[in-house]
Design a binder for this molecule. Structure first.
Ligand code: CA
Length: 688
């Protein structure tokens, strides 16, 4: 260790502090709380100040709650499933207003991972929210009345949807979109924050050259890194669905971009190429949307290695020099520190087990990709999995400890080519990923695939990462797989929720678990904190879902207790949390005999189910967030065709599939569901 290398303390960017002259209230400010009275000595007395449980639930399916609330002038602005905004009195939890954009429920089919929303931006008395069905809406912060609404989708025949939060960047508000698993072309749009007029649009990947000229020189530059005969009709992907951060000092918007679509490079851009600007950090001029610089974390992505994880701006002392940096721990397992003014790569070290690349060459800035990464000919065990070393739950930085707290997923995946071609909207991304150690998710212990590789694990850990020394300071293993985002406070505390329903509070320097509170509901979102009249509060949204909503695992709160969305606010001396009611197990319900089919129908139905239904509905009697189709009531069987083809349950998120399934197809799926149950027949789990 070099004596000249110390993490910057006072230099934490104004975005994270209350000293900012014109605070741009966005999520990035919420992940570090720069003041407060709750400390290691008092944290054991944290109890519930109030709870809000009035979230909109459609049908009987509980959806994930992934948003960190924002508190401005005593009002908490939170979002829940279906892009509904709630304004709550931050002292009492009293609902002041609610804005339900009444989103088209069929858009749930267009998302990889649930009808979630990741929150609002609030500035100058205006609340900005983006909706699942692709609109950006400005609301009066006092009344919740819409001021303007913009359609952000360029092509509504494609599978775009929005689950991310907008960010205010100077005069504009910026929003991305999702659909990188579904055959779309990713882009971000910026709107004048007062009028809602489109200011600019940045396309992450080139479009079909037949469709018209490139939209900008930035797109033309990217095109050089794609096969001219790329599968343009499949969109290319790159959707910047969550990670947007603004630096007011330089009026720069940073976008974290998504994976390629379809997943394998060789299906997307057969001659290869880096495929810019997939899996990249892109710096844009906030006024024009023109690129200042880019850094691609995963050239030629084939592993769903998005760079859509949250990015942190900080000032660090590196090599005796104060550097304005941007930090990200994308899915691919490397922790990147870049000079945010120039894009210069300062460091890139592994924060988890990584086998797709040996290292990142700091001279070229490129990863040294290993043979183990190539699954075009045969199945390969690759670290990290498609879930990434770090997924969307935000990491946080503490200027007091100089450490970044990363929710790390330690798991590899067996990647192989899908036996059937890529199909937008379906469960087929061109490749198949299976967690080797999770039998219920299609796992297998194939000795020949595992030979010579690090032994598979399936673990969630919290890592404290030193971004200057580029190494792990400590690791905590108290949570089950897929837990929540982190937040830090100036008292050196780190808070993180977990799939098992606990809010964990650590000493950020040592990693000691100081206290944990059981709320009985799985937590994905990062907590946040605020102070009113001298009382510090900690808020966290709970409600499991997202990519994990399909199949629950032992140890998760959702296995034992009803997984309804809720928002809890704690203070010193508060009450015991209320635990939700226990889940009551229900038996399989035999289908009415007349829906049985021939063996051939059942076989075809099983295949159709795997392609079209399995993304949400798990196999028989396997606990999960979506309806178990082997437990349908007799009346539901009677309207099966109206549901699958007619869209009868579209409002609740079960869209019509009439565009890809015929009446015969629907009958075959029904015959499969009506056939006597064989265990573990539903196939591999894939994740995005
Ligand atoms: Ca993805």
């Amino acid at each position: 260790m070099s004596a000249g290398i110390i993490a910057g303390l006072a230099g934490w960017h104004a975005l994270a502090g209350t000293q900012a002259p014109d605070p741009q209230w966005a999520l990035e400010t919420a992940y570090h709380y720069p003041e407060g009275q709750i400390d290691a000595a008092s944290v054991g007395k944290l109890g519930v100040a109030w709870e809000f449980d009035g979230f909109v639930v459609r049908g009987r399916t509980n959806r994930g709650v992934e948003a960190t609330p924002v508190v401005v002038d005593g009002v908490m602005y939170a979002t829940g499933p279906w892009s509904v905004v709630y304004a709550l009195d931050a002292r009492t939890g009293r609902l002041l207003w609610q804005y339900d954009p009444d989103v088209d429920g069929s858009f749930a089919r267009r998302t990889c991972c649930d009808a979630v929303n990741r929150g609002v931006a609030v500035v100058d008395g205006t609340v900005y929210v983006a909706t699942l069905d692709g609109y950006l809406v400005a609301l009066d912060a006092k009344t919740g009345k819409p001021l303007w609404k913009a359609d952000t989708i360029t092509d509504r025949s494609r599978s775009y949807a929005i689950t991310g939060a907008p960010r205010v960047a100077g005069n504009v508000v910026v929003i991305g979109n999702g659909g990188g698993e579904m055959g779309v072309r990713g882009y971000a749009s910026a709107y004048d924050r007062r009028t809602g007029k489109l200011a600019w649009r940045f396309f992450v990947v080139p479009g079909d050259p037949q469709a018209g000229p490139d939209e900008s020189p930035d797109v033309t530059e990217a095109r050089k890194t794609w096969d001219p005969h790329s599968a343009w009709d499949l969109g290319g992907g790159g959707t910047p669905w969550d990670s947007i951060v603004y630096d007011p000092d330089t009026n720069t918007v940073y976008l974290g971009t998504g994976n390629g679509s379809p997943h394998p490079l060789w299906l997307r851009s057969p001659a290869g190429g880096d495929n810019l600007y997939l899996s990249s950090i892109v710096a844009l001029d906030a006024d024009t949307g023109r690129k200042k610089w880019h850094y691609q974390t995963t050239p030629g992505d084939s592993w769903d290695y998005t760079a859509t994880q949250n990015m942190i701006l900080a000032d660090l002392d590196i090599g005796g020099k104060r550097r304005k940096v941007i930090m990200q721990a994308p899915k691919n397992g490397f922790f990147y520190v870049l000079d945010r003014l120039t894009g210069e790569l300062l460091s890139a070290e592994k924060y988890t087990t990584v086998t797709w690349a040996d290292r990142v060459d700091l001279k070229t800035g490129r990863p040294v990709i290993s043979d183990q990464s190539n699954f075009s000919e045969k199945a390969k065990l690759v670290w990290p999995s498609e879930a990434g070393g770090h997924n969307w739950p935000p990491m946080s930085y503490s200027p007091e400890t100089g450490l970044v707290y990363i929710p790390v997923l330690e798991a590899p995946m067996i990647f192989s080519m899908a036996p059937t071609p890529y199909r937008p909207y379906s469960n087929v991304q061109g490749s198949v990923g299976a967690f080797p150690t999770v039998a219920s998710w299609g796992g297998t212990q194939d000795a020949s695939v595992l030979a010579g590789q690090p032994a598979p694990r399936f673990e969630q850990v919290l890592k404290a990462w030193d971004p200057v020394k580029q190494k792990v300071a400590w690791t905590s293993r108290v949570m089950p797989f897929w837990s929540g985002g982190t937040m830090t406070t100036s008292n050196g505390l780190v808070m993180q929720g977990s799939a098992d329903g606990y809010l964990n509070i650590y000493d950020g320097r040592s990693g000691t678990l100081l206290h944990r509170i059981n709320i009985g509901t799985g937590i994905l979102a990062s907590p946040m904190s605020y102070t009113i009249d001298g009382t510090q509060y900690v808020a966290v949204a709970a409600g499991f879902g997202g990519a994990m909503n399909r199949s629950f695992l032992p140890g998760w709160a959702a296995m034992d207790r009803v997984n309804a969305p809720r928002l809890l606010v704690f203070r010193i001396g508060g009450d015991q949390p209320r635990l939700p009611p226990r889940v009551v197990a229900t038996p399989l319900v035999p289908a009415p005999a007349r829906f049985r089919g021939s063996e051939e129908q059942v076989r075809r139905g099983q295949q159709l189910f795997a392609h079209n239904c399995l993304r949400c509905h798990a196999s028989a009697d396997s606990p999960g967030g979506y309806p178990d189709l082997w437990k349908m009531a007799p009346e539901t069987h009677e309207v099966f065709e109206q549901i699958v083809l007619g869209g009868a349950y579209s409002y609740a998120g079960m869209a019509s599939f009439a565009d890809v399934l015929s009446k015969d197809d629907a009958m075959a799926i029904h015959a499969y569901l009506a056939a006597p149950v064989k265990k573990d027949e539903a196939g591999a789990k894939t994740m995005h």
